[in-house]
Design a protein around this ligand. Structure first.
Ligand SMILES: [Zn+2]
Length: 362
């Protein structure tokens, strides 16, 4: 089945961006106060354009997203009602590849958590990042042998792999297959970072023998105790994608990891009610091109933009030559957020799993 987007549509975003460049400044003030998370959270479909990530993982959006199908023999999408199974085609292709490689390696299949909203941007709940289609959460719970119904995918709990008091991995739950899955994900050149709970990082540091170079990509972070978070780098055709700093060259098992096993990272947040960056961002905080992304036309249906692995990812096939390249300063957005707003501050616990960053005092 050919689900590649029609070529005629590819120029639409470029056209929208070009138009915006001429008229954008005049239209900015009226739109500036709208909460970006409400606007992006309301989008049901991606733009029907070539793929492009715009801005930074925690401050941006993306065009030309594709959806991963709800299931296949090697994966199942969890919490499908959230409609967060969208990503840059390179990200979706890689998740699919990981699922096949993992199954070949003995893992039963992937349970896929949040990737991104159809056009990215800040989310209505959860995650600080996942905004430019290059982040994906994958559960550390193996796919059950019997297919999960859509209702089960909404309600099934993930397995907490880490003791919340000691911050150490629960040894009864951790298996060599978990290690192999993370190693497989880290082996891909596109993958720049994999975020895991510090307890999981420590488990790997303590047990991985032989090749340890891949541990460099495994980064400890709050939460991430029932899933890991796979992040790929900026892809071709995304001149306004802002790369993240490279990880240090060592395995990260020394001092920086030891810090996580002190009191400091776990002290209650002094100001748990301080607003989160994602709750405050307006369109003025995002790169200007994100307005054009909101306004660009979408495909006829979600199915029309679902990736079935039978097409070269749009971004790879046709990097958009006319895409405007703006100076890096515009990427951080015109409006600065209050200093109390931290893109990585705690977010409220929801009924469904989301990353749990630094705990708040409660
Ligand atoms: Zn994540």
């Amino acid at each position: 089945m050919n689900t590649t987007m029609r070529f005629g549509e590819k120029s639409l975003l470029a056209a929208a961006l070009g138009l915006f460049a001429l008229t954008g400044l005049a239209t900015q003030p009226a739109a500036a106060e709208e909460r970006a998370k409400d606007l992006f959270g309301a989008e049901k479909l991606p733009t029907a354009t070539s793929a492009q990530s715009i801005g930074f993982y925690s401050k941006g959006c993306f065009a030309g997203g594709v959806a991963i199908p709800l299931d296949s023999p090697t994966w199942e999408v969890m919490r499908p009602s959230r409609n967060r199974r969208w990503g840059h085609p390179a990200m979706i292709a890689l998740v699919e590849k990981l699922s096949r490689d993992a199954v070949a390696d003995g893992w039963p299949g992937l349970l896929i958590g949040d990737i991104a909203q159809p056009r990215g941007g800040p989310m209505t709940t959860g995650h600080a990042s996942h905004q430019i289609g290059l982040d994906a959460d994958i559960w550390l719970t193996p796919m059950p042998s019997r297919p999960l119904s859509m209702a089960q995918r909404e309600s099934m709990s993930a397995t907490l792999m880490v003791d919340e008091k000691t911050h150490l991995v629960k040894d009864a739950l951790w298996t060599p297959a978990h290690t192999a899955l993370l190693k497989q994900a880290a082996s891909y050149a596109e993958v720049e970072r994999i975020l895991v709970n510090p307890g999981i990082k420590k488990k790997l540091c303590d047990t991985v023998k032989g090749d340890r170079a891949w541990l460099r990509k495994i980064r400890p972070f709050w939460g991430h105790d029932y899933h890991f978070h796979m992040r790929i780098g900026c892809q071709p055709g995304s001149p306004n994608c802002k790369a993240q700093e490279a990880t240090p060259d060592d395995d990260g098992c020394g001092k920086p990891l030891a810090w996580w096993f002190t009191q400091e990272p776990w002290r209650p947040n002094k100001n748990p009610d301080a607003p989160k960056a994602r709750d405050l961002m307006t369109m003025a905080n995002l790169p200007k091109e994100c307005r054009a992304v909101l306004d660009a036309p979408g495909p006829a249906s979600a199915e029309a933009a679902t990736y079935h692995g039978d097409a070269v990812p749009v971004a790879v096939a046709a990097p958009e030559p006319e895409a405007p390249s703006l100076p890096a300063t515009t990427v951080s957005g015109a409006g600065e957020l209050p200093s109390a707003a931290n893109a990585f501050a705690a977010t409220p616990r929801m009924g469904a799993p989301v990353p749990r960053p630094r705990p708040s005092a409660k």
